[in-house]
Design a protein. Structure first.
Length: 326
């Protein structure tokens, strides 16, 4: 791409700018190919079942950024030239054309960014609770004033370069805004680079893949409790309990009439008591229940009670948290 652009520049200096068309077109094609190739190795390309969409969104997003930020940098680099009164007509043409191109670039940035956010962040909860989501929000916070400045330049200042009796003043104001917009763009690029080194929020498991397990020891016995699936949202859960002697781990056979009482403590709600199935299995120290008692989000207290044939009843308690969303 650099070779194509260098040739176009050399030809245009020789007095034949119209002969540079094919060279510029080749440079544009090379740039697009580079953007797509770069998107093949990004987080978006690793999204299961939506790889093509991820690559397309990433290419559109970064292609738009390249057009927009590259144009801003180009204007800043020749801003002194635009400040001269005799260059006001040329500045009006260049700034007007860039403004129109930037509108399309912003569309690509927004469309690609929204798709990438859905694919890589996954949910509003992840957006506000994960470090990846926080960086995305920081990018949005910097992007918004860039967008506002660009819109102000296009719809308020660029028309003044043609209508005002002092077009140079309007050009200077545009150039000043572009400088500030470019500084914000640099910060956005830094955050974009940071995102590439982070694990997307959508790729972080919401919880353990196996059952929720907890060992409770009381009165010389160990109660191994498992909840499957792991407690997350309102739904049906299977509670499995194994009773063993705490000292040597051998099965405890003398438990009967197991019950589980589910009490929502925050916010408070009357308890729900259900009978456990068991004892069963071989050895017969196994109790279980499938329940929908965890019917509301909040902190649930689960009280287990077993009648012991050799002593007083065994009572143990543990807590689980149920969320409103996944």
């Amino acid at each position: 791409m650099f070779a194509f652009l260098s040739r176009a520049f050399a030809v245009s200096r020789g007095g034949n700018p119209e002969k540079t068309a094919w060279t510029i077109q080749a440079a544009i094609f090379a740039a697009l190919a580079a953007v797509v190739a770069g998107s093949l190795g990004t987080h978006a390309a690793a999204v299961p079942a939506l790889t093509a969409l991820g690559i397309a969104a990433d290419a559109a997003h970064f292609g738009g950024i390249g057009l927009w930020f590259g144009g801003l940098a180009g204007i800043v680099s020749i801003s002194r030239f635009f400040r001269e009164p005799e260059t006001a007509p040329l500045a009006r043409i260049v700034l007007g054309r860039f403004s129109r191109m930037a509108a399309y670039a912003v569309g690509l940035v927004l469309a690609g960014g929204i798709v990438l956010a859905v694919l890589l962040v996954g949910s509003l909860d992840a957006l506000v609770t994960s470090s990846y989501g926080w960086v995305v929000l920081a990018k949005v916070g910097l992007f918004a004033p860039m967008l506002a400045l660009g819109a102000y330049n296009r719809y308020r200042l660029v028309p003044k370069t043609a209508e005002s009796e002092r077009p140079t003043e309007a050009v200077r104001r545009i150039v000043g805004n572009v400088r500030f917009e470019t500084s914000l763009g640099i910060a956005v690029l830094v955050l974009a680079g940071l995102l590439t080194s982070m694990t997307p929020a959508a790729a972080v498991p919401a919880g353990p893949v196996g059952p929720f397990a907890l060992d409770l020891v009381k009165d010389g016995l160990k109660v191994h409790s498992e909840v499957y699936p792991p407690p997350t949202t309102v739904g049906a859960y299977t509670l499995t309990l194994l009773l063993n002697y705490a000292s040597n781990g051998t099965p405890f056979y003398l438990a009967r009439n197991g019950t589980a009482q589910f009490t929502l403590t925050d916010p408070p709600r009357p308890p729900v008591k259900e009978n456990l199935s068991g004892p069963h299995g071989n050895p017969s120290n196994h109790f279980s229940i499938t329940t929908t008692a965890l019917s509301s989000p909040g902190v649930w207290k689960i009280d287990l009670n077993f009648r012991r044939l050799d002593s007083f009843d065994l009572r143990v308690t543990f807590y689980v948290t149920i969320k409103a969303g996944g």
